[in-house]
Design a protein around this ligand. Structure first.
Ligand code: FAD
Length: 470
């Protein structure tokens, strides 16, 4: 029997779910909202800053869920996790057997790390506070680890881990291919060899280090997830970081096998497709996430995307009536703006949660709603190897085929600027370092001005490009 029924129900206390709750509460303060989440802590966006029209920056903090209930009187936070969903009867069942009803549901259950192999104690995935702590514990005893993957997490790990030999296995030709082309990778590689700048220790705020690890599946970590966690191996006293410069190029793989070699001193061995075997203390699998959809699929008829996410339309609605989804669990299946793509990032989790909340409210109030402006232009601001990195639009010429032109400006150790042009218009950019070009380029992309006449002058450092286009 149904314990309680809420007008709005959100599943997942990550950034997408929490932002959705905040949005709904502000749009319809009188509506009762239930947030069902696995862990005891939720994610909160703090210090939100709109940097330009589409770029945003913020910090993320883990907080007890009671903090959210105190802020929103009409909100009830429910634990434990959702076990199953019945879209016909509009009910969910939690792991403790209770059944809750909803009018409108938003699934924000995030993703979990794709592991190279399941149930191997020497293969770790990093996803949440629990797994980051497990990683840290194992790292403190480690002499050599293998990092597999080429996305943001692998990049950060390779840079941050100290006192431990790192073997980095990458299947692509260049490092960081999720974010960069070979040119940008080349620019960044010297940072891996150089001495790192002194850290401003102690860290401003110990993030992601909860005293009692949240039970069950926690939320994904956000920017600065390694801050407050010391990533240091057993080899203290000297830094035994084999600089990974040559490693990715030497050891490409296409598929990996684990061989339990009977003789050897390492707990685990990894065999790469180039035939080389490495022993190590453990392997970090940083090869992306799989959307957390399982509890919701059985008995329902969700349309899934190729990447296994819940398909959502331009109102964040899944294929099931009254069920929305946002964040890492969903796949944006509307016709994208030519300058936007989905990436499972922090900012997009916030934007989708916010927009899903608006859509749910608009539908209840029978108001029209249009796709939000933030989905016009992909934009992401982050830090890699201690450089400010801004990515705009089709920054890696995604989906453009041969039909594009690149302009590059690079000052070693200082900045790397790449512009992607298509049909004379700017469609993407990678800005590494303090380039101060983000706003101008964002504008040029948004207004799709024909830049043919400017040619390479666009990146001439002696021209103040801002004056040009004012
Ligand atoms: P999550 O944050 O994963 O939250 C999902 C929530 O759902 C959790 O609260 C979980 O407990 C809950 N849940 C799951 N299943 C159930 C269930 N059955 N019932 C109830 N609740 C459930 N992005 C960036 O932009 N910049 C970065 O620097 C960056 N660094 C990262 C570093 C790491 C190590 C990782 C793992 C990710 C990083 N990301 C980064 C990606 C970013 O963290 C995610 O894109 C973002 O957190 C997704 O938010 P979400 O709300 O969709 O999901």
């Amino acid at each position: 029997s149904v314990v309680a029924c809420a007008k709005f129900m959100i599943v997942g206390g990550g950034i997408a779910g929490v932002t959705c709750v905040e949005q709904l509460s502000s749009q319809i303060p009188s509506a009762d909202i239930a947030l069902i989440t696995a862990g005891s802590h939720i994610k909160a966006v703090t210090n939100y800053k709109q940097v330009s029209k589409t770029l945003e920056e913020f910090d993320v903090e883990e907080r007890p869920s009671s903090v959210l209930e105190a802020r929103f009187p009409n909100l009830t936070v429910i634990h434990p996790a959702v076990k199953s969903l019945n879209t016909q009867s509009h009910t969910v069942e939690t792991a403790d057997g209770r059944v809750f009803g909803y009018e409108k549901l938003c699934i924000c259950s995030g993703g979990r790390p794709k592991l190279l192999t399941q149930d191997n104690p020497y293969v770790l995935g990093i996803r949440d506070t629990d797994s980051a702590q497990a990683f840290q514990k194992q790292l403190s005893k480690a002499k050599r680890i293998v990092i597999v993957g080429n996305g943001g997490i692998a990049l950060e790990l390779v840079y941050e881990v100290e006192g431990c030999e790192v073997i980095w296995a990458v299947k692509d030709k260049a490092i960081g291919n999720t974010f960069f082309d070979a040119g940008a990778a080349q620019f960044l590689i010297p940072s891996l060899e150089a001495d790192k700048p002194e850290r401003a220790a102690p860290c401003r705020r110990p993030r992601y280090t909860t005293e009692e690890p949240a039970a069950g599946s926690g939320s994904a970590l956000g920017p600065d997830w390694h801050e407050g966690i010391v990533l240091r191996g057993a080899e203290t006293g000297f830094v035994a970081r084999t600089h990974p410069l040559t490693v990715p190029f030497l050891f490409p793989f296409h598929a990996l096998n684990f061989s339990s070699l009977p003789v050897g001193t390492w707990p685990v061995y990894i065999l790469l497709t180039n035939g080389k075997t490495f022993g190590c203390d453990f392997v970090v699998s940083a090869t992306g996430v799989v959307p957390n959809t399982e509890p919701f699929l059985h008995g329902n008829n969700f349309a899934l995307a190729d990447d296994a996410g819940l398909q959502v339309d331009d109102h964040m609605m899944t294929s099931e009536p009254d069920v929305y989804a946002a964040g890492d669990v969903c796949t944006a299946c509307w016709e994208h703006s030519p300058l936007w793509q989905q990436m499972r990032l922090w900012t997009q989790a916030r934007q989708m949660g916010w927009y899903a909340g608006r859509c749910m409210a608009a539908h209840v109030l029978s108001e029209p709603i249009e796709l939000d402006f933030c989905f016009e232009l992909f934009s992401h601001i982050t830090k890699f190897f201690n450089y400010k990195v801004v990515l705009l639009g089709k920054f890696n010429a995604q989906g453009l085929g041969p039909n594009h032109e690149l302009l590059v400006r690079c000052t070693k150790g200082q900045e790397y600027v790449k512009v992607v042009l298509s049909g004379g218009k700017m469609v993407g950019a990678v800005l590494i370092g303090e380039t101060d070009l983000e706003e101008t380029f964002e504008n040029l992309m948004l207004n799709q001005m024909d830049l043919t006449q400017y040619g390479e002058e666009l990146l001439n450092p002696n021209i103040d490009i801002e004056d040009y286009f004012d």
